[in-house]
Design a protein around this ligand. Structure first.
Ligand code: ZN
Length: 241
């Protein structure tokens, strides 16, 4: 695959060991155009960057080398990892995002993403459970790459995890409220096991985390409420880890 080098100055001075690379974080740019996105990610004023940027038609740019810490994740957490810049590779997908007109990701863009991820997974032995969206690791602040991102399709190529419960079976449990407290506790445990970090005693933050989970695994209804369908999905995912 052809990779176009287009370096960004936005990374830490110190080099990192490639052994510290454990996670891939997927983003959308959330800007009007590809040109504008590159400009921002490569401007020293913006203080943001990513390792890769993939255009709508699948062109891959390398903005920061893998052995440098790019500034893409911000305050974040996933499982035992905190502030993930140091442990991750960030990949930006050009998309206008929710603010400027969120559209489906294009086939060419996704096939380039699959190639980039495939080679990173092989090179750094990244676990499937550690291929996540920005919204998964920073659910209180971020919603990218958003509900149009095809996690199921990627998981079928061994990129990320999926539950594979039968959709028609699952649908019957949508909006069915859970009543028992122990069910809620089990759901929380499963979310933690998957990797989500959140305080359970802060309702707004907990709701945002449920939404992040839904945006990733149950995009048909993102309402921040735990229903039986969410319970079954979380349980199924968690069992496989
Ligand atoms: Zn992001």
């Amino acid at each position: 695959m052809k990779i176009n080098n287009y370096f960004s100055p936005n990374f830490d001075n110190a080099k990192r060991s490639t052994y510290s690379i454990k996670i891939i974080v997927i983003h959308y740019t959330g800007m009007q155009s590809e040109r504008e996105s590159i400009k921002r990610l490569c401007s020293s004023k913006s203080k943001v960057s990513s390792h890769f940027l993939i255009s709508r038609n699948g062109k891959v740019y390398r903005l920061v080398k893998d052995n440098r810490i790019a500034w893409h994740a911000g305050k974040s957490c996933w499982g035992k990892y905190k502030n993930l810049n140091k442990n991750s590779i960030g990949i930006e997908l050009v998309n206008k995002g929710h603010k400027f007109g969120y559209t489906s990701f294009k086939k060419k863009q996704l096939s380039s993403l699959i190639s980039v991820c495939g080679s990173l997974i092989k090179k750094y032995k990244i676990q499937k459970r550690n291929i996540v969206g920005h919204s998964d690791i920073a659910p209180f602040r971020k919603i990218d790459p958003g509900e149009k991102f095809p996690w199921k399709e990627l998981a079928s190529k061994k990129i990320g995890i999926w539950h594979y419960c039968e959709p028609n079976f699952l649908k019957r449990f949508r909006k069915i409220k859970i009543k028992e407290k122990k069910e809620k506790i089990k759901f929380i445990k499963n979310l933690n096991n998957i990797g989500y970090c959140f305080p359970t005693n802060n309702k707004p933050l907990f709701v945002k985390t449920i939404k992040a989970f839904q945006r990733h695994y149950r995009k048909e209804l993102i309402n921040g409420l735990i229903d039986k369908e969410c319970m079954i999905i979380a349980n199924n995912l968690s069992k496989k880890l």
